[in-house]
Design a protein around this ligand. Structure first.
Ligand code: GUN
Length: 294
């Protein structure tokens, strides 16, 4: 089952769509193993002790293991110098056993994240953050790697056959990880896209959200989107991962209030999160496939 019914909206269930992606990956990995005699290699660089980052990287490594991808976590101290981190990335760029490199964000304040993103070989940039990859996306080219969370959102929308061409899409958030790349993906798919950010006038934000056939929210603000901010036929994609006052995981959308008013909605957890991990695996398999051909 790809999508489930909830009270009103159909749930966009990332957990089950991710399993379809894994089935495709497993077949491609078997093929690669035969061709190269080794599995795809993925390196995770984890700087410091950020609890959320540790959980995310642990989850990604566990899935890579399950699929037979060789996943290696490189842990660096929170006070590591930028030079040392650049040296580590350079080593991974040169390592023929490594097909994909992921430097988990956020990075500590002493490190210029932009420099780090630019240091990763674009051919191993399975995060899709390098300007060469983001630029290819912005230019509408089919080459390079796409950022995992937005790529997962596109796959989730596709799994429910939600039309994009000629539709109004509103993106709340302009981050490098989600807001910018998903905006370009939606533009490339023929949607009319409005991008809001934390400085957007509240009345304009309300208006843009209510006009949206597809609403993607990646603001990091619990319950930012309420029942009066959505169109009844909308597909609502909640990228937020927050904790409410009781410590329970919640997104940026007031799920209970919104679910009965829209056509499609992603749950938190179980919506976008599993798709991010799945698309990382798909990108790693693609990187290994391209390396095998070169
Ligand atoms: N931090 C939050 N999401 C991501 C992601 O997709 N990739 C990396 N590298 N860091 C993140």
């Amino acid at each position: 089952m790809i999508a489930g019914m909830t009270d009103g909206a159909t749930l966009l269930c990332g957990k089950s769509v991710a399993e379809n992606v894994y089935a495709e990956c497993t077949a491609a990995i078997a093929d690669l193993n035969q061709k190269r005699g080794r599995p795809p290699g993925l390196a995770f660089v984890l700087v410091g002790e950020n609890p959320a980052s540790q959980v995310y990287v642990g989850r990604k490594q566990k899935v890579s293991e399950r699929l037979g991808i060789s996943g290696q976590i490189i842990r660096l101290a929170a006070d590591v110098s930028e030079a040392k981190l650049l040296e580590c990335i350079d080593g991974l760029n040169q390592d023929a056993q490594i097909d994909g490199i992921l430097v988990q964000q956020p990075l500590p304040a002493q490190i210029d994240a932009t420099r780090i993103v630019r240091a990763v070989d674009p051919a191993k940039d399975v995060d899709g953050f390098h300007p060469a990859n983001l630029g290819a996306l912005a230019a509408g080219l089919a080459t390079g790697f796409r950022a995992c969370t937005p790529l997962g959102i596109m796959r989730l929308l596709d799994s429910a056959a939600i039309p994009l061409r000629g539709r109004q899409a509103t993106v709340v958030g302009r981050s490098l990880i989600v807001g910018r790349p998903i905006s370009y993906m939606l533009i490339n798919a023929g949607a009319t896209v409005t991008v809001c950010n934390s400085a957007t006038d509240l009345q304009l934000l309300n208006q843009a959200c209510r006009a949206a056939d597809i609403l993607v929210v990646a603001a990091g603000r619990p319950a930012l989107i309420g029942a009066d901010m959505v169109k009844p036929s909308a597909a609502v994609v909640d990228v937020g991962i927050n904790r409410d006052s009781a410590g329970k995981l919640c997104g940026d959308v007031d799920f209970e209030a919104v679910r009965s008013r829209v056509a499609h909605i992603t749950p938190v957890p179980g919506g976008v999160g599993p798709m991010t991990v799945a698309m990382l695996m798909a990108n790693t398999v693609a990187a290994a496939g391209r390396a095998a051909k070169s």
